[in-house]
Write a protein that binds this ligand. Structure first.
Ligand SMILES: [Mg+2]
Length: 350
């Protein structure tokens, strides 16, 4: 839970609810011109002039979305912000402000929440967003974090899920599967630790995977990159639940089909080797793993030359007529139907 487990502990009741939020946000000062009033009044005041405003919200619940036995609170705060910024970036927009609300049980001392807010503050600094409000309240068990992100874009810059056309190319940022395999490594180490609390895990070879799980980065860089390349995606979504379910969302919203080529799906070498170790198929992990927070988008074939060879972007397939359906074309040239087996906290979709 803590980065430094030696420090003293202050009970939450010593500060009280109002003292607590003041205490946790005392170092948060707004940087953006659009933030007219941040924390400190009954409501925040924003001024986006004539831009479109985007809003996205997420709720993270202990035991459902995160496990504090291996998640440092600072990372959790950072990730809670990332998850939301990713949704704003998935609209080809710029994230500007966040609100953060938490419900917390009294098993958490003030210092635990300071760690959580340090992660939130770090994310807001790196991603240049203002924290403009929120609430803290008590919970009978566990920790819940709700983040709402706001963003801005010109009306004609916003990219929705429903604009893909047959023959458009399907493009992915970064690589897939690492966050999910990081989680598998952490879960395995948790079991080892339970069996033998003196075991000292050597996780060096899994650094990339664990970082992708515990401290993901949202793709703030992609909207400006596409603008610079003079490419406007026809549709876009972020990868929170795995490639296959996100591709299905794009296809269904756009009323098109798709072919994704297995050999084109970008995987980090660390993912390939850990999948061998766990005896899991790496393509299945890329399709169904989730929490990568990369962006999946479609572009017109006319724009191919503009993105060709870009190290951030990989063409993994193309859209087809709706009646052709959604498929994975395997390395052996088999055509398999794409199924939404993406990670889902509520239910198993398949
Ligand atoms: Mg999303």
């Amino acid at each position: 839970m803590f980065e430094n487990s030696q420090e003293s502990r202050t009970n939450l009741s010593e500060l009280g609810e109002f003292g607590l939020i003041d205490h946790l946000t005392k170092n948060f000062s707004p940087k953006l011109e659009s933030t007219v009033k941040a924390i400190g009044d009954d409501a925040a005041v924003l001024n986006f002039e004539n831009k479109r405003t985007l809003v996205s919200t997420d709720l993270l619940v202990e035991g459902v979305h995160f496990d504090l036995s291996y998640t440092p609170l600072k990372h959790l705060g950072y990730k809670a912000v990332m998850v939301n910024l990713s949704d704003i970036y998935a609209m080809n927009a710029k994230a500007t402000q966040v609100t953060v609300s938490i419900a917390v049980s009294n098993r958490f001392p003030v210092e635990a929440l300071e760690e959580l807010y340090a992660g939130i503050q770090l994310a807001s600094k790196i991603y240049n967003v203002d924290v403009i409000g929120g609430d803290t309240t008590s919970s009978t068990s566990g920790l819940m974090i709700s983040v709402t992100a706001l963003g801005i874009a010109e009306e004609d810059e916003i990219v929705y899920r429903d604009g893909a056309k047959p023959n458009d190319l399907m493009v992915l940022t970064g690589d897939l599967g690492a966050a999910y395999m990081g989680l598998q490594v952490l879960e395995r180490e948790k079991e080892v630790f339970k069996a033998n609390p003196n075991a000292q895990p050597d996780l060096d070879e899994y650094t990339y995977l664990i970082e992708r799980q515990l401290k993901p980065e949202a793709r703030k860089d992609i909207a400006p990159l596409l603008k610079q390349l003079n490419v406007r995606p026809t549709s876009m979504i972020d990868i929170s639940d795995g490639l296959s379910s996100e591709a299905i969302h794009l296809c269904k919203s756009s009323k098109v089909g798709a072919n994704i080529f297995e050999e084109k799906i970008p995987l980090d070498p660390a993912v390939i080797s850990v999948c061998e170790e766990f005896e899991i198929d790496s393509t299945m992990i890329a399709l169904s793993g989730g929490e990568d927070y990369e962006l999946l988008f479609t572009i017109s074939q006319d724009d191919y030359d503009k993105i060709k060879g870009n190290p951030h972007l990989t063409v993994i397939g193309h859209m087809t007529e709706e009646k052709e359906g959604m498929h994975l074309i395997t390395r052996a040239n088999q055509k398999l139907p794409l199924i939404a087996r993406g990670w889902n906290s509520m239910e198993d979709k398949q």
